[in-house]
Design a binder for this molecule. Structure first.
Ligand SMILES: [Zn+2]
Ligand SMILES: [Zn+2]
Length: 332
């Protein structure tokens, strides 16, 4: 592949930028780089990352946080309510925790903060004229409802035998294969659903709500119009056809639903003293929130590189994307 080189010049309009240019997963390089690819995959699962945290939560919820499987045989308000409350709490703990850490108590000041600006207040663009309240409202209503709906359908279908489920014993290799596949499958679904949502009629009606946040914080991630929330969470439907262990399904739901509060945190890492504790903000997606018509996907798959919408963080890329945006708007 002709890897696009761009000048490694940092843009002064950011408070902090990671090393540039932003790289895509080496898994998709034309010239295979097996050791880099292996390192990329392993880094997600052997370090303290949002993914490993979600895997722990998924294992805990599956083993000690669920009603008995027979309960799911019949759709009943009791257990549906239980799942909904659990999801509200999980999002509250993660998004709320990150918000308190980064913003309320400013535990690391502006260190590793991409955009120097604060969350917006007294701004009519937002519900309640306040960015944080707006983002919390849409995450906790639209986001958690879509997430719960898919989760309820899955456990109900699985309990009734309509959805194939894989046991861990005897299928260990598949369990680990799913850990490798999840980010790739998620990246593919996210790119195409997101690309569709940037089609002007859909953008205006549905996706513009998520783009109210030009600068982002932990609560911005799942802040979506209900139609976008349903489309976004629909990636879980793959498990309605292809068998996986329920922990993998829960993990996928958490990567989808809770993951955005990390990737939208606005800070590259959460730090304790001088120590980086856990990965957080995704500069690739932060660029999308600032420049709109670029980086529709994630760094996990080079869809944007293949379709010419990749912003690698450099000034040269900003100029190119601005010209592209002008062209897109001139056509409308
Ligand atoms: Zn978008
Ligand atoms: Zn976003």
């Amino acid at each position: 592949m002709n890897i696009e080189k761009s000048e490694n010049v940092k843009n002064k309009s950011w408070n902090y930028q990671p090393d540039l240019p932003i790289l895509n997963s080496p898994l998709f390089d034309w010239t295979p780089r097996p050791s880099s690819a292996l390192k990329w995959v392993l880094n997600r699962w052997i370090k303290v990352t949002s993914s490993t945290l979600f895997l722990i939560v998924a294992i805990l919820v599956y083993n000690i946080g669920q009603p008995t499987p027979e309960t799911f045989l019949v759709l009943a308000p009791g257990w549906i309510f239980q799942i909904w409350v659990r999801n509200l709490l999980l999002l509250g703990i993660f998004a709320g925790g990150l918000h308190l850490w980064f913003i309320t108590f400013s535990m690391q000041g502006k260190r590793l903060k991409f955009d120097a600006r604060s969350m917006m207040k007294k701004n009519g663009t937002f519900t309640f004229r306040d960015q944080v309240h707006d983002n919390m409202f849409w995450s906790l209503t639209s986001g958690v409802t879509a997430w719960t709906l898919f989760e309820v359908l899955y456990v109900w279908g699985a309990a009734n035998g309509a959805i194939p489920v894989m046991a861990f014993k005897g299928s260990e290799i598949w369990f680990f294969a799913w850990l490798v596949m999840l980010p790739i499958m998620g990246a593919m679904h996210f790119y195409w659903v997101h690309r569709l949502l940037h089609w002007p009629p859909l953008y205006r009606r549905f996706h513009s709500l998520h783009h109210r946040s030009i600068n982002v914080g932990p609560w911005s991630g799942l802040s979506m119009h209900p139609v976008e929330s349903m489309l976004y969470m629909s990636s879980v439907l793959v498990f309605f056809l292809i068998p996986a262990h329920p922990v993998i399904v829960l993990l996928h739901l958490y990567i989808r639903a809770i993951g955005p509060c990390f990737t939208h945190a606005g800070f590259e890492n959460a730090m304790v003293g001088e120590q980086k504790l856990v990965d957080a903000g995704d500069f690739h997606h932060q660029l999308h929130h600032r420049y709109f018509e670029c980086n529709y996907g994630t760094a996990e798959m080079p869809w944007d590189r293949w379709f010419g919408s990749f912003h690698d963080g450099s000034e040269a890329a900003t100029k190119r994307i601005r010209a592209r945006k002008k062209l897109i708007f001139a056509r409308k």
